[in-house]
Each structure stands twice: as C-alpha cells, then as structure tokens.
Design a binder for this molecule. Structure first.
Ligand SMILES: [Zn+2]
Length: 105
C-alpha cells in the first residue's frame, strides 16, 4: 500500500513493535488508522506482564494505547481519502493487523 509520506510509512512498518506505530483497522464496515504505543513488542507482551507480576509490580497499568486519527499528523492527508483510493490493499493490511488492535472503534 502506498502511504502519504515517509513518516506514516515508517509508523506502519513499526506496527506491533515497541514504541509508536500506526495500524490499519477494518471492523464492521468501518476503516481507519490508529496511532498505537507499546511498552514492548507484541510478541513479548505476555512475557512482559508475567515478569512484572513476578517482580511484584502492580500490572493494572496500560502497556499499550491507541487513538484513531482522521488526518496524517505529519502531512495532513485525509486518512479516509487514502484508504478509499486503495481499499483492497488497505483491507489486506488491516487483516494482518487484527491481532494488534486493542479496541476497534
Ligand atoms: Zn502523511
């Protein structure tokens, strides 16, 4: 899928990894892009929680969060326009990102 700018491309490439990323979300005929933050890579998340628990650290805090966006925060491109111009590619990416979604819309 072609993204609006190198910054957005970089965040999409970082999906599921520690730090800031962007994920494609398609749920119940709604499509969008969420900015997402993670304290650790998604494949280490369960281990991360276990280790915190073993260490006696209270685990009732957020180790990941996300926020839907309407425009690219770097170049101002409308996300809806971007998605609609490449619907099939977007839906394929969103299918790959399903395990990363914290709460769809
Ligand atoms: Zn952009």
């Amino acid at each position: 899928m072609k993204w609006c700018c190198v910054q957005m491309r970089s965040l999409i490439d970082n999906a599921g990894e520690r730090g800031l990323s962007a994920i494609a979300v398609h749920h119940a005929n709604l499509r969008g892009v969420f900015l997402q933050t993670r304290a650790c890579d998604v494949d280490l998340q369960d281990q991360f929680r276990i280790e915190l628990s073993k260490a006696g650290v209270i685990t009732h805090f957020c180790v990941e969060s996300e926020q839907a966006i309407k425009v690219c925060p770097w170049c101002g491109t409308q996300i809806k326009t971007l998605i609609e111009s490449q619907m099939l590619d977007f839906d394929t990416l969103a299918s790959n990102h399903v395990p990363l979604v914290l709460s769809p819309f």
